[in-house]
Design a protein around this ligand. Structure first.
Ligand SMILES: Cc1cc2nc3c(=O)[nH]c(=O)nc-3n(C[C@H](O)[C@H](O)[C@H](O)COP(=O)(O)OP(=O)(O)OC[C@H]3O[C@@H](n4cnc5c(N)ncnc54)[C@H](O)[C@@H]3O)c2cc1C
Length: 387
C-alpha cells in the first residue's frame, strides 16, 4: 500500500497529483534535452507550466494564484521532480518570491508584479547569499542607503536560482549599518532593468543546468522608495518566515527524485539476470532496495508531518529542517545507489538516473545546508531538555 493511500490523500489532491503527472509526462519530458542544452526553461515548458498554474500554486486566489497552499505545492514539486527537478526549482522561486510579495508587498506590488508572477508572465528570484558566505544569513553586507529619490543598493549576490532569466529579484540588504546584525536587514524589490543592476553571468553547474543559477552586483542601484518590501529592519525575520515553506518544498522535490530513481531501478533489475539467476531475487540487491524503500517512507512521513503543521499555522522550524535533511541526504544516497545498480549503463545518459544524480546535490546545500539543519535540530533538542 502506498503512503498517500494510508495517509488519506483526498480526491481533489489525488486529481491534482494526476494532472501534475500528466503535465510532466506530456509537456515537460519531451523538452528536457533541449532545455538543458540551451540552459533555460524553454517557452514550451514555461507556457505549459503557467497554464497549469505551477508558478502561482501556493499563492492566494485573490492575487491570481491557485490557492492550493503548501500541500498542493508539495504535490506539484514531487510530481515535477520525478521527471525534471529543474521545473520544480523554477516554480519554487516564483512561488516563494510571490509569497513574500503577498505577505509584505503594497497593494500596487500585488496588483502588478504578484499577478504577473502567479501567472508565469514574470519570473522571480530571491537573493540572499553573498560571495563571503551564505550559511550565516544574518551576516550579509550588501548595503541599502536612503536617499531623496529612494534607496541606493551596493553589493554582490551569488548562487541565485533563476537569476539568469528573472524579471525581478527580492534582495536582502543592510539598511542600518549600526543596528545589531539581524535588526539592520531589510528586503527590497529590484527589477532587472533598474540602473545599477549588473547581471554577472550563469554558473556552469554540475546539475540543474537549465535553472539559470548565476550572480549579479548592485552598483549604486537606485530604486524608488516603494520598493522596500515590508518593514525596514524586519527583512531577516520576513525571510525566516518563508524558510519553513522553502525547506518543505525542497523535501518534496527530493521525494520526487528518490521515487523516480527507485522505480527506475526496480524496473531495470526486474528483468535482468546474472550468473543464471534473476537479480530481483538476489539477497544483496533486495537489501539495498529495501533500505531505500524504508528511508523513502520515513522521509515521506517526516515531510507529511511538516506539511500538516505548516498548513495548520503551527511553527515547524525543526520539523521542516528534519524533513529536508532526511529527504535531501537520502536523495544523494538513492541516486548514487540507483546509478550503481544500473551497472555501466547507469554511468551514461541512456537512463534518466544520471541527470537526477547530478541534480541531487543542490538540495543538501540550498535552503540551509545539512550542517545548518543539524545545528537547528540539535539545538532544539537541548532547548526542549531545558538547557
Ligand atoms: C543550486 C543552488 C541554488 C541556490 N539558490 C539560491 C538562491 O536562489 N538564493 C540564495 O540566496 N542562495 C541560493 N543558493 C545558495 C545557498 O543558499 C548557499 O550555497 C548555502 O546557504 C551555503 O552557503 P555558502 O555556499 O556560502 O557556504 P558557506 O556558508 O561558506 O559554508 C561552507 C560549508 O561550511 C559549512 N558550514 C557553514 N557554517 C557552518 C557551521 N557553523 N558549522 C558547521 N558547518 C558549517 C556549510 O554547511 C558548507 O558545507 C543556492 C545554492 C545552490 C547550490
Amino acid at each position: 500500500m502506498t503512503l498517500p493511500d494510508i495517509l488519506g490523500e483526498d480526491e481533489a489532491t489525488a486529481a491534482h497529483r494526476t494532472r501534475m503527472r500528466q503535465l510532466a509526462a506530456q509537456h515537460i519530458a519531451p523538452h528536457i534535452e533541449k532545455a538543458e542544452r540551451l540552459g533555460m526553461i524553454v517557452p514550451e515548458v514555461r507556457s505549459a507550466m503557467a497554464a497549469a498554474g505551477c508558478f502561482g500554486r501556493a499563492l492566494p486566489v485573490s492575487c491570481g494564484g491557485t490557492g492550493a497552499g503548501l500541500r498542493g505545492f508539495a504535490v506539484q514539486q514531487d510530481e515535477l521532480s520525478r521527471v525534471w527537478p529543474t521545473a520544480a526549482v523554477a516554480a519554487t522561486w516564483t512561488n516563494l518570491s510571490g509569497l513574500l510579495l503577498s505577505k509584505f508587498g503594497t497593494p500596487a506590488h500585488q496588483d502588478d508584479l504578484l499577478r504577473k508572477a502567479a501567472s508565469g508572465q514574470a519570473l522571480g528570484a530571491v537573493a540572499w547569499t553573498e560571495p563571503h558566505g551564505g550559511s550565516d544569513a544574518a551576516g550579509i553586507t550588501t548595503s541599502a542607503r536612503r536617499v531623496d529619490a529612494g534607496w541606493v543598493l551596493n553589493g554582490g549576490k551569488r548562487l541565485i536560482d533563476n537569476i539568469t532569466h528573472a524579471d525581478y529579484v527580492i534582495v536582502g540588504a543592510r539598511s542600518d549599518a549600526d543596528a545589531a546584525t539581524r535588526k539592520g536587514l531589510s528586503m527590497f524589490i529590484v527589477r532587472r532593468d533598474d540602473p545599477g543592476f549588473v547581471f554577472g553571468g550563469t554558473y556552469d553547474t554540475l546539475g540543474l543546468r537549465a535553472a539559470g543559477v548565476g550572480h549579479f552586483t548592485l552598483d549604486d542601484c537606485l530604486i524608488p522608495d516603494d520598493r522596500l518590501l515590508g518593514t525596514e529592519g524586519r527583512g531577516f525575520y520576513q525571510m525566516m518566515a518563508m524558510v519553513e515553506f522553502g525547506r518543505i518544498g525542497v523535501a518534496a522535490i527530493c521525494l520526487g527524485i528518490i521515487t523516480a530513481v527507485l522505480d527506475a531501478t526496480v524496473a531495470f533489475l526486474r528483468d535482468r539476470s546474472s550468473f543464471g539467476r534473476r537479480l530481483s531475487g538476489n539477497e544483496v540487491i533486495l537489501a539495498r532496495i529495501a533500505d531505500l524503500r524504508v528511508r523513502l517512507d520515513a522521509a515521506r512521513l517526516l515531510t507529511e508531518r511538516a506539511i500538516r503543521l505548516y498548513d495548520a499555522g503551527i511553527r515547524c522550524s525543526t520539523e521542516s529542517a528534519m524533513a529536508k535533511l532526511a529527504a535531501s541526504e537520502l536523495s544523494n544516497d538513492a541516486t548514487a545507489t540507483a546509478l550503481h545498480l544500473h551497472g555501466g549503463i547507469g554511468f551514461t545518459t541512456e537512463t534518466p538516473v544520471l541527470r537526477l544524480f547530478r541534480d541531487s546535490p543542490a538540495f543538501t546545500i540550498g535552503e540551509g545546508t545539512s550542517e545548518i539543519l543539524r545545528m537547528i535540530i540539535g539545538r532544539d533538542e537541548f532547548a526542549r531538555a531545558g538547557e
